[in-house]
Write a protein that binds this ligand. Structure first.
Ligand SMILES: C[S@@+](CC[C@H](N)C(=O)[O-])C[C@H]1O[C@@H](n2cnc3c(N)ncnc32)[C@H](O)[C@@H]1O
Length: 278
């Protein structure tokens, strides 16, 4: 088992303390001058070691902190400089994290909101509402946007509806409580300026093919979780879970699709942005 610097330092402190106690006792109890001098030298060395260790204590504590990856540190740095989330977004984020409801990473949410404010879409389709966090980011990014968002889980849809009402955006957001593929199949000739894909990972590639006819030329397809917690880039094997296989299938199609100019950015859990070219 690997011991931390803090654990080794603790044991070393105890050992030096033990030497000091023994040396001081020996110094007091020795009858012969030579022995007393030897114990005094030992005690003095142990005291010096204890002083040096006290000076080292802060560095040992720092070395024992969990190591933060460079990417996580960059993310935290950028987030520390970014504008604060609105109280409703912040509360929703905290509630989702508390209740293990999946939600967009904050860096990805900021990018999505930026795309919405740039594109000024009239119509947005979101696949995967959950508690409404990402839809609220989009609604607040451009108040001219109407959003259709798809969530078959009734409990989550109810929570999202309450959030949209509280945020004053309910009249611009329709929640459809059916599976995404069934909703897309019924879209007919409705057209969207942005489609945001964030539902079932095994179905991503099917969403893309099915929904592209409903995206206006020049419109955007945005998709989340495209690096899938670093699993998408691992060497493929027969043991891969279906979601990883589904994400890889989507990524390959997305980046080479004849109707898209697309990129995947290593933001959050990997976010794809594609423009429909024709
Ligand atoms: C990753 S979460 C969405 C997170 C949300 N976009 C956000 O960032 O706040 C995916 C959601 O898709 C929903 N879902 C599950 N099956 C679905 C389906 N067949 N069609 C659409 N959504 C589905 C899940 O219930 C879940 O709430």
């Amino acid at each position: 088992m690997t011991r931390t610097p803090r654990e080794n330092f603790h044991d070393l402190s105890n050992a030096v303390g033990g030497i000091l106690v023994g040396a001081e006792l020996g110094e007091r109890r020795s009858k012969a001058d030579d022995d007393r001098a030897t114990f005094a030298t030992l005690a003095s060395g142990a005291r010096r070691a204890a002083e040096l260790m006290a000076a080292l204590r802060p560095a040992i504590a720092a070395a024992s902190e969990p190591v933060q990856s460079d990417v996580a540190r960059d993310d935290a740095y950028i987030e520390s400089l970014s504008s604060k989330l609105s109280p409703l977004l912040q509360r929703t984020k905290v509630e989702c994290e508390r209740d293990s409801i999946p939600l967009l990473d904050v860096a990805s949410a900021r990018l999505l909101a930026l795309l919405v404010s740039l594109a000024k879409p009239r119509d947005i389709l979101e696949l995967g509402t959950a508690n409404g966090y990402s839809a609220l980011w989009m609604a607040q990014a451009f108040d001219g946007a109407s959003i259709v968002t798809v969530e078959p889980d009734n409990g989550r849809a109810v929570t999202a509806r309450a959030l949209f009402a509280e945020a004053g955006v309910a009249e611009r957001i329709e929640i459809v409580e059916r599976p995404a593929l069934a909703v897309i199949a019924d879209l007919g000739d409705r057209r969207f300026d942005i489609v945001f894909i964030d539902a079932v990972k095994t179905e991503y590639a099917d969403y893309l093919e099915a929904v592209l006819p409903n995206v206006r030329t020049g419109g955007l397809v945005v998709a989340d979780n495209l690096v899938w917690s670093h699993r998408a880039s691992t060497v493929p094997s027969n043991d891969d879970d279906p979601a990883t296989v589904g994400i890889r299938r989507f990524n390959a199609r997305f980046l080479s699709h004849p109707s898209l100019r697309a990129v995947i950015l290593p933001v959050g859990d990997g976010i794809g942005v594609g423009v429909k070219t024709g």
